[in-house]
Design a protein around this ligand. Sequence first.
Ligand code: PLP
Length: 757
Amino acid sequence: MSQQEFYLDSNATTVVLPPIADAVMTALTQEFGNPSSSHVTGIRAKARMERTRALARQVMGAENGEVIFTSGATEGIQTAVISALQSAKRRPMPEKPLLLYGATEHKAVPETLKHWARLLDVPAEVRAIPVDHRGRLDLDFIAAHVDRALMVCTMAVNNETGCFQDLRALEQVIRTGNPQVPWMVDCVQALGKLPLALSSTTIDYAPFSGHKLYAPKGIGWLYVREGAGLTPVIAGGGQEGGLRSGTENGAGIAALEVLFGLMLADDSTFADHATLLDYRAQLVATLTRVFPDLVFNQDHSCSVPTTLNFSVPGFSSKELMDLFDAAGIRVSSGSACSSKVTRSFVLDAMGLPAWQSESAIRLSFGPAMTAPELKAVCERIDTAVSALATSCLLESEHDAEKFGLKGLIQFKAGSSCCWLYVDPDSDHCVVVDPVDSLNERLERLIRCQDLTPVAILDTHGHADHVSSGVALREALSDRIPPFLMEVDALGWPNACGSRRTLADGQVMPALVLGESVLVRVPLPGHTDDSVGLFLSRNEGDTLLSEDLDFAFCGDTILMGSLGRTNFSNSQPQALYHSLNQLSVWLSPDTLICPSHDYHHQFATSLAAEQREGGLLAQVLSGGMAEEAFLSAKAELDRGLCDQPGTELMCGATPTQTSVAVAELSGQELCQWRSEGRRMSVLDIREPHEFALSPTQGADNVPLSRLVNFMAQQRYRLDSDPVVLICRSGSRSLLASQSLRRLGINNILHVAGGHALS
Ligand code: PLP
C-alpha cells in the first residue's frame, strides 16, 4: 500500500524540517563538541548553545530570567513544580492549601503536581480550575481560591482544541488575589502559533518542547522568571549554571538554533497568521461540505487556527480514524483511551455532550503548511469521505460502488450488539435486537442496499429501555410489507402463520425470508419473555440441529457467561431448563449471536462454552442439578455491581481469558507470498477502508461480517492457513482470538497490520 501521506497531527509531534535536520547532522558529525570542554571544538559548541539561548529569548519575548535547556516540556514541568513546592515549604502554609491547575491541562501537569506533592510531603489538595464550554478558565473560581494556592498551572493553548487563554485577564485575577504565588504557563502548543512576550508578564515558569515545532524529540527548554524559585531536578556536573546537570544535547540545541532563526526571519517558511486563518477556513469548508452534520468541539474565535476538533453524528472517533488512515491522512482521535469507551477528558471538562467527547477527531497542522499541500489535503478528505458510500455509511452524490451485503452483519454500540441478516437469494432481511443509537445507520444501510425488512425483532423486553424496534419499524414503514407491520411486543409479525419442527419434535412459529427461515422458540430465564431465534436455510419442515447456522439468544448465553437472572421478571429456574433445551436444539457449533459482547468476542457456540468450562459447561455436561445451578447462578449475579451512571450489565462478565494466536510479521507475509505459499489473506477492515487502500490478493471480510465468515469457515476447517490483516493489528488480533475460541485453528494474524507491512 504505497500512497502519499498527509500528516495532520502536528499537536502530537512534527516532522523535522530539512534545514533543521541538516543542522542536526552537522552537529552530530562535525560540530559535536561538549560545551564544557576548553578546546576549540568545545568552545564552538558552547558558543552555539549561547547563541541559541539568546534566540530563545527573542522568540519568547523574554529579555531577562533564565532559559534552561531540557529534554522537553515534561521535564520543564517537573522543574517548575518542584521549584514551586520547595518555595512553598519555606513559607508559612496557608490553611487548606491548594495546587490549582486548569481542568483541560495536559496530563503531565496534574500528574506531576500529585506526584511531587506526595513525595515532598506537601499537604496540599490538587484541584482543577473549571473551564467553560469553550475551554476558557473560570476566572471567578480562581479569584475565590487563589489566596490558598501554592502554585497555579495554566496553559497558553490547549493541545486538543487549540483553545487559547486570555493570559492578561488570568494574570490580573491571579496577581490581585495572590501576588507571590508561582504561576506556570505551559507554552508547548503556543510556540509558533501565538506571539509571546513573557518578560511583560508575571509568568514564573514556561515549559516548551522542540518537537511540537519541527525540531527533534528530546530537546526543550524552560523559561524561569527572574527571582522565581528554582530547584535543580538533575544534579551532577553543574552544567547550565548548576541548574540542570548532564552534558547538553548539542544536536537538539543546533536544531533549535535553526528553528528560532526561521521563526524570527522574515521569509516564507512559516505562514503568517492571516494565511493560517485562511487554511483553517478552507479545511472548515471542506469538512462541513463532506459531513453536513459535523459539529466543531471548539470555538474558532478563541482557538488557534492550526487545530480543528470535530465530531460527526453517527461515527465513532475510531471509525473516522480508520477512514482517514486508510486515505493516508494522519489525524488524532483527540481522546484518551479509558477502560471501556474512548472519550476526551478535555471535552468532558468543557461540558460537551458525551457523544461529541466519544467521537472527537483532532486535525492539527503547523505553520510550515503550504497552500498546495493544504489543497491536496482537502481533496484527499473529499476522496476519503466519498468512500464511505461504499459501506453505505453516507449517501453519495455519485453512483458509488457498494459493498454487496448478504448474510449476517453485526453492529455494535458499546457492548450492545444488533444483528442484520440479509437472505442470500432475495432482498429480504431481518433485524435482531435493535439498538437505539444504531437505528439511523441501519435505516441508511437498508435503504442504500434496497432491502425489504421482513421483521425487526427483540429477543426479550429490556429492563433499562424501551426497544428501539418500534422507532425503526416506523422509520422503515414504507419498505415493510403492510401485512407485516402488525406485530407483538417483541416485533414478531402477527400475520406469520408458518411452522417448523425442531430436533426434538417440538413445532415452533417460523418466518420465511426468501431462501432462509427464522424459527422462534421460548427461552425464559433472563426475563420471562426471552426467546431464541434460529436461522437456517429454508429446506423442509424439520430443522435438525446441524441445519441451524445462527441462534440469536439475546442475553441467555453471553460469551463465557450467562444472562443475569435477578431482575423482577427473571426466572432462574426456567433458565436452567432453557439451557438444557438449547443443547438439544442446537448443534455444538451453531453460532450463538448474543445481544451483548463485553470483550470483543463477536459470537459463541455451545462447544466454545464447554471448552471454557463455566457454569453453562457444567449444565451441558449433565453433571449439575437444578439446585446447584440456582445457587451458583445467584452467586454470579451477586458479583454484578450496578453503579448509577454506568452501563447496566446484562450478565456476569468473567475475567477475560486471553487466547494465544499465531502471528506473522508483515515481512513474513511478503516472504510467504513470494514463495507462493498456499493461504487465504483476509483484510478485515471496513469496505470503505479497503476501497481507499486495497490489499493485493486479499479478500475483504470486514469485522462486522466476521460471524458470517465463521459460519462459512466451519465447513473448511482443514483448509489452507487464513491470514488476517487490518490497519494496526488490533482488529486482526481480536478476530483471530475469537476464531480460535470457536475452534477454528488455521488462523494467523499480521502483527502491526498494514502499518508495519
Ligand atoms: N503540554 C502540552 C500542552 C502538550 O501538548 C504536551 C505534549 O503533547 C506536553 C505538555 C508534554 O510535552 P513532551 O511530551 O514533549 O514533554
